[in-house]
Design a protein around this ligand. Structure first.
Ligand code: SF4
Length: 394
């Protein structure tokens, strides 16, 4: 049975952080109730056009700041989603939350709604770094958020950090890592800062107001973090993601993100959300007001998997599906790209289709064969230069 993942985008934030280029908006909170209505209409639309409830094994509310959704609206959303999709009994249900926007009451309520995985945007333990990033929380908010989440019985807590910040030192980064490990998370996502065009931080950097990020130092921070968190009992399963090896349970890797990396289908609901269904890539209208409007309009209904909010769709050719599989699967540092899986999905041999690219990347020391030639994966050096590898498969 082919299981789907469902992503719901919540494009609202209290303030736009200096480095953020996500599809999110500050000051539009008044739209939230109408936005939830529109999400439910989009879900109902897919239910009708598909003709039955698609089986969903992961549900992810990302943003933006999903924790700005009042618990009552979240309950309404979950109930409506449950009517339009078949939510599996072992559903992984993640909600992204920002420390400082949640309290114990709220966490207990959303746990009751079925949320069983919390992803907290911590980013740093240093006040000056949080200030530079224009995050709205402080370290005390983080400590409390994690404490309350445990009290509310969350057993799968993921923390996000950013490194490679202007002026950041290896020592400062290590202090941040020490700080978060003391919070006993189950999962860690560590991202290098990327300077996106049009963000305040990029313009400060261009005008010489901030020291330029040192790429070698960022690479050293990645290496340092890998050793540090692995010594603390975490296993790396993706370029930027580590999961704690619990002696009694399975590795708490993000099942939702694994769906993307394994090239499996997912549905995206909401403003700017992306989907991948029946070999078709989909993207919705980006602005929440335009999204809400589109779901209110009566027009000729497009066929599944499109909805009235679909802004772009592209049916992948076989070659595109193969390239995307390679790019995504190679992000999985242990699981890698599987020769058998490739053959089953595409009916041809991976090492014939990509003979030249694989040979070149192995010579460069960026890729290696594992399991007697069954699995192709990044070397340790390749993990640092992932983009150089992925571009070969486009
Ligand atoms: S909280 Fe997250 S989504 Fe919102 S502005 Fe900051 S970085 Fe962007």
């Amino acid at each position: 049975l082919l299981l789907y993942s469902l992503y719901i985008h919540i494009p609202f934030c209290i303030h736009r952080c200096s480095y953020c280029d996500f599809n999110t908006y500050a000051g539009l909170d008044a739209l939230i109730p109408a936005y939830v209505d529109a999400l439910l209409k989009e879900a109902a639309y897919l239910y009708r056009s598909y003709g039955s409830r698609l089986p969903v094994h992961t549900l992810y509310l990302g943003g933006g700041t999903p924790s700005l959704l009042p618990a009552m609206l979240l309950q309404r959303l979950v109930d409506g989603i449950g009517e339009c999709f078949e939510l599996r009994s072992d559903l992984e249900f993640t909600l992204e939350a920002n420390p400082g926007t949640i309290n114990l009451d709220y966490l207990q309520s959303i746990h009751t709604c079925g949320v069983n995985r919390l992803s907290l945007g911590v980013q740093s333990s240093h006040p000056e770094e949080l200030h530079l990033l224009e995050r709205q929380h402080n370290v005390f908010d983080v400590i409390e958020a994690v404490k309350w989440a445990r009290q509310a019985d969350f057993q799968n807590i993921s923390l996000d950090l950013i490194y490679g910040l202007p002026g950041q030192t290896l020592e400062g980064w290590e202090q941040t890592l020490e700080f978060i490990l003391k919070l006993s998370p189950d999962h860690l996502s560590l991202y290098a800062l990327t300077l996106e065009a049009g963000t305040p931080m990029q313009s400060w950097m261009r005008r010489g107001l901030l020291p330029v990020t040192d790429e070698d130092m960022t690479a050293d921070m990645y290496e340092q973090a890998s050793v540090f968190v692995e010594n603390a009992g975490f296993e790396q399963y993706e370029i930027s993601n580590w999961a704690l090896v619990h002696p009694s349970t399975r590795l708490l890797s993000s099942q939702h993100n694994l769906q993307y990396w394994r090239g499996l289908p997912y549905i995206g609901l909401g403003a700017g959300a992306h989907g991948y269904v029946d070999h078709t890539r989909l993207a919705n209208l980006r602005h929440p007001a335009a999204y809400i409007r589109s779901m209110g309009e009566v027009k000729t209904p497009p066929a599944f998997p499109l909805t009235p909010a679909t802004h772009e769709s592209h049916h992948n050719e076989l070659k595109e599906d193969m390239g995307e599989y390679m790019m995504m699967a190679l992000r999985l540092v242990k699981e890698g790209a599987s020769v058998k899986e490739f053959k089953e999905r595409f009916g041809c041999e991976m090492d014939e289709v990509y003979a030249e690219q694989i040979r070149r990347l192995i010579v460069l020391g960026l890729l290696k064969w594992d399991n007697g030639g069954e699995i192709l994966s990044l070397t340790r050096r390749g993990r640092l230069l992932g983009n150089q590898v992925f571009v070969e498969f486009i």
